[in-house]
Design a protein around this ligand. Structure first.
Ligand SMILES: [Zn+2]
Length: 175
């Protein structure tokens, strides 16, 4: 199996053997590259995602719950983002509206585009540790409740098992 790495500087895509995952390489242009780790989905995540898919097929709404005093931080998701200084937006708190195993909604005054990949950090009220996950912006609309704010719907693309377990706990507590 090979992993594709795209050089941020020259845009060339290199294919390397997955035994080099997590290691560094140098592109032909001289840019230092970090070979990403292959995406791993745990059995727990598969079970969770499977249940969600089944619920979708049944025509049920995804089980999202409204949360109070939750906060969302985000930055563009990139294999290389950790090599650079985090953008300012990574430190801005955005009010979390609701969360479920398949995604979340939050409010922001920033302009996000549909399809944008985000690395998310979610802080739930009363929880010591923030949850980290990745997602894609599914839709952006003007908030009907808060002036000059956009409501953003995010569909999760990667939820680590610990975050999935916490979301499950939160959604079951309320329902
Ligand atoms: Zn390059």
């Amino acid at each position: 199996m090979s992993i594709a790495v795209t050089c941020e500087k020259c845009g060339k895509t290199l294919k390397v053997d997955d035994k080099y995952a997590g290691k560094h390489a140098r592109c032909m242009c001289g840019e230092k590259l970090t070979i990403p780790l292959p995406a791993v989905t745990s059995k727990f995540e598969q079970a969770v995602m499977g249940a969600e898919d089944a619920a979708h097929k049944d025509g049920k709404k995804p089980s999202r719950v409204e949360v109070k005093d939750g906060e969302v931080f985000y930055q563009p998701a990139s294999f290389f983002s950790f090599l650079k200084k985090p953008p300012k937006s990574a430190k801005v708190r955005h009010p979390l509206l609701n969360i479920g195993l398949s995604g979340l909604e939050f409010l922001t005054s920033e302009m996000l585009v549909e399809g944008a990949a985000l690395a998310l950090t979610v802080k739930l009220a009363g929880e010591l540790y923030p949850l980290k996950m990745k997602g894609t912006v599914k839709w952006v609309k003007k908030s009907e409740k808060v002036a000059k704010m956009n409501q953003v719907g995010v569909h999760f693309t990667k939820v680590p098992a610990d975050a999935a377990a916490k979301i499950k706990e939160v959604t079951q507590k309320v329902v």
